[in-house]
Each structure stands twice: as structure tokens, then as C-alpha cells.
Ligand binder design. Structure first.
Ligand SMILES: Cc1cc2nc3c(=O)[nH]c(=O)nc-3n(C[C@H](O)[C@H](O)[C@H](O)COP(=O)(O)OP(=O)(O)OC[C@H]3O[C@@H](n4cnc5c(N)ncnc54)[C@H](O)[C@@H]3O)c2cc1C
Ligand code: FES
Length: 277
């Protein structure tokens, strides 16, 4: 059992959980994830490590409430326990001194890009952060990222804060200004990562994305997380989660993410009925 030592509501529908998991915290690196199962009858869901602290023995997860399991998770509070937390899984981000790097985080991707920004900064890079959300109230971790990045740019879809528009507009403007950018990371909804990659393709700047297909076992056995990269089948849990975004078959990823939409809706509706009593 894994105890939740801190729980915060970060924004509407986004919860932070700091969990006591010393063995995972000791080994964790930027870019990795865990798979959790809340209780014996629960499904397994992957969540990226938003932070880890080997001294305290804790890991931090940030989850957007989208369906049954993330809503069930959202009912837990400090002191409650999670049955299984497996990890760290996936390959860590390849951290190096690249020079000038841009890290783009969209929505919940903002939480997961923090460890990468921090590791890149510690390795001597000039880190430019671009974060975006639908509206100001959904924007998380601005202060934390201001403390890490050399520059931070913000966009909101509705113009309630920062640039009115998408992260891709801000990215394109920065690239057009002509400063050399050596490498880009983009983490967020698949559709956002797809359009970041479309934007950066013409500038020929390597763009790394963290893919989020449906996962089950997280160990390369079930094949649920297969994606197509450079025309080859890859299992995101063991070969990724990070890949060269210019080589990803985005349409396949987007369609595979929708495969169980009807069953997910059914299961969420049953859960809501149960909660209402
Ligand atoms: C490597 C990885 C890291 C992730 N990190 C985070 C994170 O840090 N924070 C966060 O909020 N979300 C993260 N996700 C997505 C998260 O796993 C899904 O939102 C969650 O599984 C949804 O479960 P649900 O029952 O609440 O919703 P459901 O209604 O079951 O599903 C809603 C949508 O979530 C996706 N999904 C459903 N089940 C899974 C599954 N087993 N594996 C992956 N995606 C699924 C599907 O696209 C689905 O349409 C990550 C996904 C991957 C693959
Ligand atoms: S989740 Fe089963 S192979 Fe990746």
C-alpha cells in the first residue's frame, strides 16, 4: 500500500498527490512514469512523475479528472492509500547540454515538463518555457516554472492571460525571431504535440514528445501502447515514452486513444450513479 502524504487541488479538475514510495523515488528520473491501481477491482492507469524526492521518499503525481479512475483518485485525500504503484517505468529523458532549448507544456503537460526543464537547466542549457491552457484558471505551476526557466511564455486559448491563442503561435513567433534553438520538448495532449511538431518541422529543429497511448501492463507484454514511429511499431512503455515527434504517426495515435470511448463513457456513468447513491 502507498500512502498519500499530501493532496492538493491545483486547478479545476487537476489534483496533485504526493505519495510515499521510497523505492521509486530513489530511482526516478525526469520523463519517467508510474502505473497505479487504486484498489483490487480498479484499472491500471499511467501517470507521469511530476516530481520526486529521494530524501523524503516521495513521488508527486498530477492527474486530470477525465473518467472513472481519475475521478475515483480525486476522491482520495492525505492519509488514504493506493493499492499499487509500479515504477519508475519508461526511459528517462536524454539530458545533455544542448544549448538553447524550448520546453512546451500544454494543460496537464505543464506538470510533467517541470522535471525535464529542471534537469535541462541543471545540465547548463538556456531553457525557454512555453505553457498554455484553455483559460487562466487552468494554468498551473507558473511560479515554479518562472523559478526554473530562463524565459517563460504563456498562452491561453480564450486570451484570459498571456498570449491569446495557442502555444504553437508563441513557438512560431520565437522561431521566426531567429535565435538558434537546438532542441525542443513538447508534452501535452496528443493533438497539441502533433501541431507543435508540424510547426517545428519546417525549421528542422529536433522535437521530442512524450506519447500517451492507452497502456495496460507497462512492461512491453500486452501491446496496448503500440505506436508507429518512423514506420516501425514501438511499444511506448518500453521504447518510450519519448520519441522524435517528426517521426510519429499522429493520426494512428489519436485514433487508438479513442478505441474504448464507449466503454469508458459507460463505466464513468455507472461510477457517477454509484457516487450519487
Ligand atoms: C505514459 C503516460 C503518462 C501519463 N501521464 C499522465 C499524467 O501525468 N496526468 C494525467 O492526468 N494523465 C496522464 N496520462 C493519461 C492518463 O493515464 C489517463 O487520463 C487515464 O488513464 C484516464 O483514465 P480514466 O479512467 O479516468 O478515464 P477514461 O474515461 O477511462 O479514459 C479517458 C481517456 O484517457 C485515456 N486512457 C484511458 N485509459 C487509459 C490507460 N489505461 N492508459 C492511458 N490512457 C488511458 C484514453 O485516451 C481515454 O479516452 C498519461 C498517459 C500515459 C500513457
Ligand atoms: S502497456 Fe502493454 S506493451 Fe506497453
Amino acid at each position: 500500500m502507498y500512502e498519500i502524504v499530501r493532496r492538493e487541488v491545483l486547478a479545476e479538475d487537476s489534483d496533485l498527490f504526493e505519495i510515499y514510495a521510497p523505492e521509486i523515488a530513489k530511482k526516478a528520473k525526469a520523463g519517467q512514469f508510474v502505473i497505479i491501481r487504486i484498489n483490487e477491482t480498479g484499472e491500471r492507469i499511467p501517470l507521469t512523475l511530476a516530481d520526486f524526492d529521494a530524501k523524503k521518499g516521495t513521488i508527486t503525481l498530477v492527474a486530470l479528472r477525465v473518467g472513472k479512475t481519475t475521478h475515483l483518485l480525486g476522491t482520495l485525500k492525505a492519509g488514504d492509500e493506493i493499492l499499487d504503484v509500479v515504477g519508475p517505468l519508461g526511459n528517462p529523458t536524454e539530458i545533455d547540454n544542448y544549448g538553447r532549448v524550448i520546453c512546451v507544456g500544454g494543460g496537464l503537460g505543464i506538470a510533467t515538463i517541470i522535471t525535464i526543464c529542471k534537469a535541462l537547466k541543471d545540465a547548463g542549457n538556456y531553457v525557454i518555457g512555453i505553457i498554455g491552457a484553455r483559460t487562466k484558471d487552468l494554468l498551473i505551476y507558473e511560479d515554479k516554472l518562472r523559478g526554473i526557466c530562463n524565459e517563460l511564455h504563456i498562452s491561453t486559448d480564450d486570451g484570459s492571460y498571456g498570449h491569446h491563442g495557442f502555444v504553437t503561435d508563441v513557438l512560431k513567433k520565437l522561431l521566426d525571431e531567429g535565435d538558434t534553438i537546438d532542441i525542443i520538448w513538447a508534452i501535452g495532449p496528443a493533438i497539441m504535440m502533433k501541431f507543435v511538431c508540424k510547426t517545428t518541422e519546417s525549421y528542422k529543429i529536433k522535437t521530442i514528445v512524450s506519447l500517451n497511448p492507452i497502456m495496460v501492463d507497462g512492461t512491453g507484454m500486452c501491446g496496448a501502447c503500440r505506436v508507429e514511429v518512423d514506420g516501425k511499431t514501438k511499444f511506448t512503455c518500453v521504447h518510450g515514452p519519448e520519441f522524435d515527434g517528426h517521426k510519429v504517426n499522429w493520426d494512428l495515435l489519436l485514433s487508438r486513444q479513442q478505441m474504448y470511448l464507449n466503454s469508458e463513457k459507460l463505466s464513468f456513468n455507472k461510477f457517477k450513479e454509484k457516487i450519487r447513491g
